[in-house]
Design a protein around this ligand. Structure first.
Ligand code: 0WE
Length: 264
């Protein structure tokens, strides 16, 4: 029997079979959780419905996290299927493409900043607020996805780094509030992964190669690595862990100087 048997999990942000949300959903399913999904636009309804069915779920509901009314509607419709749930995974980020190209100082705009923070950070708190009544008293867990750009400056990630820094603070403030209901809140800071969201980004391939070479494990991480860590953090095995950002990055973030070809 899997370590998530009897748990119900809501997964927000599944868009393709390369999505981090897909890696997480597969691991949650393997460990015995029941699943529910959202789709952002009507165009994605059929695709997400098929992914859901592959993991034994017939719950795929519309939700664009930029709309409060859609967030309310999502949980109202979910309540018709489930009287409560245990796990919510937030795997959503967006900044307008012009924000992720060139110097931060040149590309950041008031509107780009607003959208990045709204979709990538505020939406986590907005979902948590509506989830709380359905999760209360069930030893539940919220999980979101961050990136090293929250803590370190790097080329082109730009305003997304600020939004991830906000998201990580969001994790701590939500963890403080929700601890009293036995709901834990954590983030995984994942190493770079080739997903749809990453496919448009200039120089992503060479970045993957450099990160994989410098990481202690000598490789990049995949959605299965993130999925397995996510399943643990959302399970009762992690009952003592809340408010944390756990790095699933093959160790890249702890290196001060990567070893050269002579091993020194
Ligand atoms: O958080 C992310 C990417 C999130 C993302 C991606 C896009 C591409 C398409 C947010 N908004 C958009 N907007 C679009 O129009 N990552 C951690 C992946 C990522 O993105 C980068 C990276 C890495 C790593 C952008 C620049 C530099 C490195």
């Amino acid at each position: 029997m899997g370590f998530l048997a009897g748990k119900r999990a809501v997964v927000i942000g599944l868009a393709s079979n390369r999505s981090i949300a897909w890696g997480i959903a597969q691991a949650l399913h393997r460990e015995g959780a029941e699943l529910a999904f959202n789709y952002q636009t009507d165009k994605l309804a059929g695709r997400v419905g098929k992914f859901a069915a592959q993991l034994g779920s017939d719950i795929a509901l519309p939700l664009d996290v930029s709309e409060d009314r859609q967030i309310d509607g999502f949980f109202e419709q979910l309540a018709a299927h489930w009287d409560g749930f245990d796990i919510l995974v937030h795997s959503v980020a967006y900044a307008p493409a012009d924000q992720l190209d060139g110097r931060y100082i040149d590309s950041v705009s008031r509107e780009g900043f607003r959208i990045a923070h709204d979709i990538s950070s505020y939406s986590f708190a907005a979902l948590a607020r509506r989830a709380e009544p359905m999760m209360a008293g069930r030893a539940g867990a919220l999980l979101t996805l961050s990136y090293l750009g929250a803590m370190r400056a790097l080329p082109n990630y730009n305003v997304m780094g600020l939004a991830k820094a906000s998201l990580e603070a969001n994790v701590r403030f939500l963890a403080l509030d929700l601890g009293a209901q036995d709901i834990r809140v954590n983030a995984i800071s994942a190493g770079p992964i080739r997903t749809l969201a990453a496919s448009g980004i200039k120089g992503f391939r060479s970045m993957l190669a450099r990160v994989g070479a410098a990481a202690p494990l000598g490789r990049n991480v995949g959605i299965d690595d993130v999925g397995n860590a996510a399943a643990f953090l959302c399970s009762d095995l992690a009952a003592g862990i809340t408010g944390q950002v756990v790095y699933v990055d093959a160790g890249y973030s702890i290196v001060g100087l990567s070893s050269g070809s002579d091993g020194a």
